[in-house]
Ligand binder design. Structure first.
Ligand code: SAH
Length: 231
């Protein structure tokens, strides 16, 4: 079954963009996933094809109109009735590898990209959408967030990544950051690859990697470390 990605956007020309290259691009060519864009502006009802309006109560910027958003979402749902609709917004639930893995194992995703000041609030109660954030940063639009989300999903699809385990040993997959990597040259500017990694002793290597993964998580991401220990 093909993972169906549908992106609702005012800038369909941004897709596939970086997802047309390398791993995701090859997978797209091989039809391991599909990508469709829906131009939100096509659902405007007036002759000027208006998608935004000034914020009620005043203030800077423009707000995406709820009636236009709802019509675009309803259209996308008719195309992909089984796919969850994810609205990209800084106030959404921070995206995690766990959620990405769940999405990647499903039929696909429909991603709604905001622009300007964002969405009229009533869309969240009026339509079933999952609010997703890609971090405590503010982007100028939801498109780069959608690209991130889709990239993370696509690499997990069957047959997309080369080595079978390279998906499961990564950072966050077991609640920890991944251990550090090295490759030749053995000596570089006075710094060498740790001896254990060249020992050929697989049990020792595994123990070293586990230890480094735990140490690095503790030092860099105390939040992850706490959660890992509470599990
Ligand atoms: N006024 C909003 C920001 C709007 S940014 C606020 O202060 O919260 C414009 C659009 O970019 C948003 O509608 C959303 O779709 C997207 N966007 C910006 N930052 C994002 C983030 N961290 N995660 C997901 N989408 C984001």
């Amino acid at each position: 079954m093909t993972f169906a990605a549908t992106v609702l956007t005012l800038y369909p020309e941004m897709f596939p963009g970086p997802l047309g290259v390398s791993l995701a691009g090859r997978a797209l060519e091989e039809r391991r996933w599909s990508l469709d864009t829906v131009q939100i502006r096509d659902f405007a009802s007036d002759k000027h094809r208006t998608v935004d309006d000034t914020p009620a109560g005043g203030g800077a910027g423009m707000v995406l109109k709820v009636d236009v958003l709802a019509a675009a979402i309803d259209h996308a749902r008719s195309l992909q009735p089984d796919c969850p609709v994810l609205a990209m917004t800084p106030r959404g639930k921070p995206l995690t590898q766990e959620r990405v893995r769940e999405l990647a194992s499903g039929p696909g995703v429909t991603v709604l990209c905001g622009r300007f000041e964002g969405f009229d609030e009533r869309i969240f109660a009026g339509r079933e959408v999952e609010e997703v954030s890609v971090g405590d940063i503010v982007l100028s639009g939801g498109e780069p967030a959608a690209l991130m989300l889709l990239d993370a999903c696509v690499r997990l699809l069957p047959g997309v990544m080369g080595a079978v385990d390279s998906g499961t040993e990564e950072s966050f997959e077991n609640g920890l950051l991944e251990y550090p990597h090295y490759t030749r040259p053995v000596e570089w500017e006075g710094s060498s690859i740790p001896d254990v990694l060249r020992s050929g002793d697989h049990a020792k290597i595994a123990a070293w990697r586990k230890e480094r993964s735990e140490e690095d998580t503790q030092a860099r991401r105390p939040d992850l470390w706490d959660r890992f220990n509470r599990k």
